[in-house]
Design a protein around this ligand. Structure first.
Ligand code: GRF
Length: 197
């Protein structure tokens, strides 16, 4: 479906991701037929990140950034402004968001974290590190947290959480699979609700 500004107010999302991009793809396909939401940019800090293949597949502009550029230049802000980005979704993005971006997008940067914050969050808590820590802790549930982003890791106000049970026999990989399924199930809907309000 062609998206034009005349049809409705369009919300434009930027996705920041460092890796595989399965959540990014869920978002992109969820909004593909939605005339009110457009994915305007995929940004990655890793030129070999699989998520960048989605840019080509879905004809979405992409930007690969360096540490210097991300933290010490206007290039990211300029790109976001040029593309009229309303909301930034961090879908497996491993760098801390600098204060200049948090200030420019107050309550308009959202992260998905693969555990029930405030447990199992903070620096170094990403990917399998999270699931291994959860496994070791002996918790009987884990889940996902979608939250606003501030300039600390995994610290902003919580928007949404969903939990799943951990069985005693579950390995870290099995826990990861359960959590990823929850992420795929809920992230697009939660973002849709955010942009609709
Ligand atoms: C997800 O588990 C997300 O919660 C975390 O990083 C992972 C990214 O997975 N922040 P993918 O790249 O979306 O497949």
């Amino acid at each position: 479906m062609k998206k034009t500004d005349k049809e409705a107010k369009i919300s434009r999302l930027a996705i920041f991701a460092s890796g595989r991009g399965s959540n990014a793809e869920k978002l992109i396909s969820f909004f593909e037929e939605d005339p009110t939401v457009e994915i305007g940019l995929i940004l990655s800090n890793r030129k070999e990140a699989k998520v960048l293949q989605l840019a080509q597949k879905y004809h979405i502009p992409k930007l690969i950034t360096s540490r210097e550029e991300f933290y010490h230049s206007d290039k990211i802000s300029e790109n976001l402004t040029k593309r009229n980005i309303d909301l930034i979704v961090l879908a497996g993005f491993l760098w801390l968001i600098p204060k200049y971006l948090v200030d420019a997008y107050p309550n308009r940067i959202v992260n998905i974290h693969p555990a029930l914050l405030p447990k199992f969050g903070g620096k170094g808590m990403y990917g399998m590190n999270v699931h291994e820590a959860v496994h070791k802790s002996g918790e009987n549930e884990t889940g996902i947290t979608i939250h606003y982003v501030n300039d600390k890791y995994d610290d902003g106000a919580i928007i949404f959480q969903a939990a799943c049970e951990i069985r005693e026999t579950d390995s870290p990989d099995q826990i990861a699979a359960k959590v990823l399924a929850l992420e795929h199930q809920y992230l697009p809907q939660v973002i849709k609700e955010l942009v609709s309000n």
